[in-house]
Design a protein around this ligand. Sequence first.
Ligand code: AG3
Length: 275
Amino acid sequence: MELWFTEKQTADYGITAKITKTLHTEQTEFQDLAVIDTNEWGRMLVLDGCVMTTIRDEFVYHEMISHIALSAHPNPQKVLVVGGGDGGVMREIIKHKTVQKAVLAEIDGRVIELSKQYLPEIAVALTDPRIDVRVIDGIAHVKEHKQEYDVIIVDSTDPIGPAVGLFAKEFYENIYAALKEDGIFVAQSESPFMHGELIGRVQKDVSAIFPITRLYLASIPTYPSGLWSFTIGSKRHDPLQIADEQRASELVTRYYTPSLHRAAFTLPAFVEELV
Ligand code: AG3
């Protein structure tokens, strides 16, 4: 018998993959979690029915949410990741030699544990001595810290359930305060095809707080519509510019390159209208 997984991306549309093996399902304190194997995309982490990451295309998301902000900053030493319990963003962050300390604020400890167990190629960095893994509420953490981080990366789920507060203006204000005077913040901001209104709202909120706000895109096949956006807010450095070409060009990556860094900010006309 064939078993298939479908993420219902909207009420009327979905993405489907044949399951070759179900490795784990669990209701954690915060969400429904599943780890499944598929032929097309490899192993998948699914939260509340949504594809979080797959072995075959995770590099796009993890490289693009990390290297744009880190390469735009001249000397990122202290970095915070809110969410991101699978560890993929951390794996990319520690490729930057300047980084001395990276704090992971993940609310759901089960995501960390199960990623270490089932997705070791993504969670590989979580044992690195520069990384401080904490099972805490990122919203509270950001509120409690002032002028502390060079870069803050918000690797959230969709704006439903536990992640609603990660798309709120108050959270962006607290992020601004938690950053040093030339800090940069980036958040995944969903698909221009399916969440245009949300992108517009996030751009408006972030630009009311940060002097420089931009949107950039990447192609992530297993996410809704395959076209994904990231919102970046910066206190001083224009994220379009690479601060240290040498450091950026030495990164070992499969999607990000210095020329793609600049190209990612060139938006199709229908996306330009959203910002
Ligand atoms: N963060 C989730 C991106 C949102 C995907 N949405 C969806 N499939 N409906 C990814 C976490 C990876 N570290």
